[in-house]
Design a protein around this ligand. Structure first.
Ligand code: GLU
Length: 302
């Protein structure tokens, strides 16, 4: 078993919030942004914003601007220049080349249609017939290495079969790199020591731990906050048409903090709310659930 080493030495805490600009910031993403910010500040660390815009077909510059304007309106400022993934494709190519050399990836001509019958899994029957002169993606080879990590909210996460039947794309046929590769390269390059993000990303964690292992890097420590779900059990997301939140609106901030178990009664400014909630932030109080239903009074955020 490959263990997940945490950065528990004297390294300065470096956290990040890494939204994909495929839509404006919604209530669920504000909660995630706050969790990563509060955890960094509580630990006297740096908090860095990164725009994950590798998917050039879905990301828009307008959303990047909107997201930054919203974060700034809530006094959430990056401690370092904001990294924009689409400006770093050469680095992703370089690390993909390393993975090609070590034969950890394979070229694949499969189409979404040809894979439809396998319900999200990859059958690995194409590998001997791949034509690299035709459009092809690069996928991570399946692996039966189990991974685990100790998540300070979710407890021990074990990934035993996650890599066996699934071969995520690292570079798409149309030339765009995938989130999986870019997020690992960037977190490593930026020296990120702690990830605090939504529980929906637990599904991607095994692949990321595997990439860290293959690239011979130490993964950051990870912590997944409960996901806010609607009355149908779906997460608040852009796919579910979640609304953009209002900028610089103290009542919205206080409601978002409520889902992090922080209830502030008398505050009058956003700055005060952030200062007090940094003192009160206690991720261990969120233990025990992956989901948090949205309260009736917050339905207008959907
Ligand atoms: N960019 C990803 C998203 O918006 C989040 C990445 C991460 O926190 O690992 O869902």
């Amino acid at each position: 078993m490959v263990s997940h080493h945490t950065n528990d030495d004297a390294t300065r805490y470096r956290g990040r919030f890494a939204p994909s600009p495929t839509g404006p910031l919604h209530f669920g993403s504000l909660v995630s942004a706050l969790a990563s910010f509060l955890d960094a500040k509580k630990n006297q660390g740096d908090w860095i914003i990164r725009l994950e815009d590798v998917d050039g077909t879905r990301c828009k510059a307008q959303y990047t601007e909107d997201i930054l304007a919203t974060l700034h309106s809530y006094c959430l400022f990056s401690d370092e220049p904001i990294r924009i993934q689409s400006q770093h494709t050469e680095e992703y190519e370089q690390h993909l080349s390393r993975l090609k050399k070590s034969q950890a990836v394979f070229a694949c001509n499969c189409t979404r249609q040809s894979l439809a019958q396998y319900r999200g899994q990859h059958p690995h029957v194409c590998t001997s017939t791949t034509n690299t002169n035709a459009p092809h993606s690069w996928r991570l080879k399946a692996s039966d290495t189990p991974y685990f990590c100790d998540d300070s909210i979710q407890g021990r996460l074990s990934f035993v079969d996650d890599l066996k039947y699934n071969s995520p794309v690292l570079k798409r046929k149309d030339g765009y790199f995938s989130y999986q590769l870019a997020v690992v390269v960037d977190d490593h390059q930026q020296g990120i020591t702690h990830l605090v993000r939504g529980a929906d990303l637990i599904d991607t964690t095994a692949h990321q731990l595997h990439l860290y292992h293959l690239l011979n890097w130490t993964p950051p420590s990870m912590c997944h906050i409960p996901l806010i779900i609607n009355q149908h059990g779906d997460k608040i997301s852009k796919q579910n048409h979640a609304k953009a939140i209002q900028n610089g609106h103290l009542p919205t901030l206080l409601r978002a903090l409520h889902y992090l178990n922080i209830d502030l009664s008398t505050v009058h400014t956003i700055e005060d709310a952030l200062r007090l909630s940094t003192q009160q932030w206690a991720p261990e109080t969120l233990r025990g659930s992956q989901n948090r239903p949205l309260k009736p009074q917050d339905q207008h955020f959907l």
